[in-house]
Each structure stands twice: as structure tokens, then as C-alpha cells.
Write a protein that binds this ligand. Sequence first.
Ligand SMILES: [Zn+2]
Length: 467
Amino acid sequence: MIINLYDTFEKRKKEFKPLKKDFVRMYDCGPTVYSHASIGNMWRYLVSDYLRRILELNGYTVKQVLNITDVGHLTQDDLLAADTGEDKIEKAAKKEGKTPEQIAQFYTQAYFKDRKKLNILDPVVVTKATEYIPQMIKIIEGLIKKGFGYELPDRVCFDVEKFKSYGKLSDKTLDQLRSGARLEPIKGKRSPYDFSLWIKDDKHLMKWNSPWGVGYPGWHIECSAMSLDTLGESIDIHSGGEDNIFPHHENEIAQSEGFTGKKFVNYWVHIRFMLVDGEKMGKSKGNYYLLSDLEKEGYEPLAFRYLTLSNHYTSPINFTFESLKNAQKALNRLRLAVWRLKKNAESKDEKKVKILKNNLLEKLNNDIGTPQALAYIWEILDSDVKLGDKLELITMADKVFGLNLVDWNFSVSEEIKKLVDNRNKLRSKGDYEKADKIRDEIKRKGWVVSDTDGNVEVFPDLDDHTY
Ligand SMILES: [Zn+2]
């Protein structure tokens, strides 16, 4: 079945065609590990996870590579293509009284813990920037040889004017870039948007030898080197947050294509920002949340996952605690619905199942259409489709949703079982008043007892969380 993906480079939805049959080379720009990842960061990795799972559902083998930026890039990098500023990892190391390696290791582990909680699949390959310095040096040497790189007394720069299609990904022309330059020019830089490939600095805590002296690599060169080494010269998909488009990905294209002379990426997938209460998230604004902050409020990480499934990645997601609460409730309802299906599923109509699955896949394949797929699941749940068919459809959907719906279960304690038995006995004797009192007691203990079609059901009162 056709998969469509929106490609930032061509600015249109394109049919996905891999370079190699049945195989996908996918590179995700990973975190810079100097602090905890925010829920906005995690949204970006959740979308990558949905994409990978959709590709796998379609039968592709996905080689998903994720990098860990453990060298640290410069604090100004987020704002501008600046080459001045302090290294984030070193800054954190000084502040916390640790070595940069300790900082990187700590926050890498924290990041992977969050991924696990959110049920994000482990990447096939995880690369650390510090382990790819020789590969970076090789590319820089090649770029200098080809006239794209030039050496200054304190650094090696990339000459953006030499790379003809510079600005195409971010839709910026060099003229616009020049007039919009708000940077203090670095001495000897040929153009304000030339960026550093290597910074000579023997005082930097993390430093390596290079043909241009002791120092450390520029941020952008890391991803070019790791992508080239693990996936080859051309890859299918490169993902990142929308803030990566410029300058990071623009510079990656310039470096990679300048070096290999080949097209670097066929599909650029960019995930929009996360807003909180309609505003941009910011540490100083007090609306900067970590996954652990949501857990402290009593929400499950999977409720956050559910929330992100219901928002398409090409629009900004607006996080509110109200929407998280609704997501938690919806997740709970979905779990109960699946639990019931598992208990009651009867024979299936294979033909019907095939149609349902095709409909679902069509929605997912349309540019990571998880919101449409989720809506479809609710629609089918409410329909008169056979229970067995519903269960099979949801089992398939959950391969992408990753909500562990089918595995979800609970056990009823002896105490509750006894109360339910007592209630049943009272009811069979016609003593409904006393039976209802016991039902209320069960409810107070966090359980629901319900009578449907002559069957007595007992399950946790999932809506009763005092969030
Ligand atoms: Zn990157």
C-alpha cells in the first residue's frame, strides 16, 4: 500500500519510495545530553516512533539511527548560526561539579528512561558524537579539498556561498540570510552564515587532535558523519524538530552533499513545536514540563503518548493539563473496551477484517495519520462490527499506537471478590437495597461492578483518579 510523507525539502506530500527494496534508512537527530528532555522534545521522538512502526507494519525493515550529541554545541546555536557562546555540556558540568562525560552519561540514561516509559522502540543503532571524531575529521578534510571549507586562525568554516542550493530546505536565500544577519562577524569569516566545522580550542574540556590543531567539532558536522557512517551516502528519511530545519539541517545538507556529491536525504520529516496553554514552552515561563512532572500529577506516560497520537505532527500540539486528563480518560476507556473484547470475542469474519485493516492502514500511511487512525478505532468500537473483528483491528492498530492495549489487565483482590459475591447473593434474593449498599462500598474501594446482559463485571474504576 502507498505511504505518503510530507517532505520539507520539496514542500509537498510525496509517495514514499525507499532507496533499497523493503529497507528504510532513517536518521533521527537526537538529544544534546546536558539536561532533561522536555515533553516537547519527547513528542518529537514519539512521532519518529510512529513513523518507524508504520513502516514496519507495511513490511519494511527499518534501520533507525539515533545520535546522542555528547560533545555539546554552543549555547547560541539555538538562536542563530552563531559560532560564539558557551558549550552547553561544559556549562552544565561546571554548574553541577561533574565532568562533561558524567553529565552526558547521566542525561543519556535519563533520556532513555523516558523513552522506555513512553514505549518508544529502541533505535536499531545509537551513535555518540564523541565516538565519531575521526569520521568528522575525514569529512572536513574532504570539504577543504573540494573548496567548501576554509581555515581561519581559530577555526575551520564552511563556505555557504560555495554550496549553490544553500537555503533550499529552509526556504531562505543567501540574500535574505545576509540582510537578516544579526551576528557579530567572526574575524575572517567570508559570510555571516558560514558555520564552524572545527573549533580550535585547547582550553575546552572535551578536545581532540586534528590536522588543524587541538579542538572540537562543530555541531552540524556530527550528524553528517554519523549518518554517513551508519547509513551510507544517501538515506531515505531524516527527522527532527522544526527548530532543526535552520541552521542544523540546512548545514547538514551542505556538508554531506558537498562531501559526497550525492543527494543526502529523500524525505525530510519535521515535527512542529509543542505549545503549553497556547504559549511557547520556556524554562523561564514556568511552563516547561518534563515527563516526570506529568507523573507527579498522577498521569501515566502512556496518557501523554495517547495525547500525541491524537495530534498531527505537521501542526503544533497545544499541551494543557485538561487535554492530558482527557487523554488519560480516553486511554482508560479504550483499555476497558479492549479488555471486554478479549473476554467476549467470538468468531471472525475474515473478509470484513481485511477491509477494516486496509482502512486503518490507509489512514496511518497518509503522512503518519495517527489522529485519523485513532478516530477510526473509536468509530469501529461504537459500531456493530463483530467483537472478534474489532479485537483484531485494535491489535493491529496498537502495533503503531504502542499503548499496550491488548496486554492490559488487572487482578481483583480477594476482598473485592468477596464483596461482589455477597452482592450477587443479595440480588438473587431480591434484596436490592442491601446489594446497592455493597456496590457503593465496592465503588469507594475504587472498583466498579456492573451488570450487563446478565453478566456481572468487575473492573477498576478508571475514571475515579483524583487528578
Ligand atoms: Zn542532527
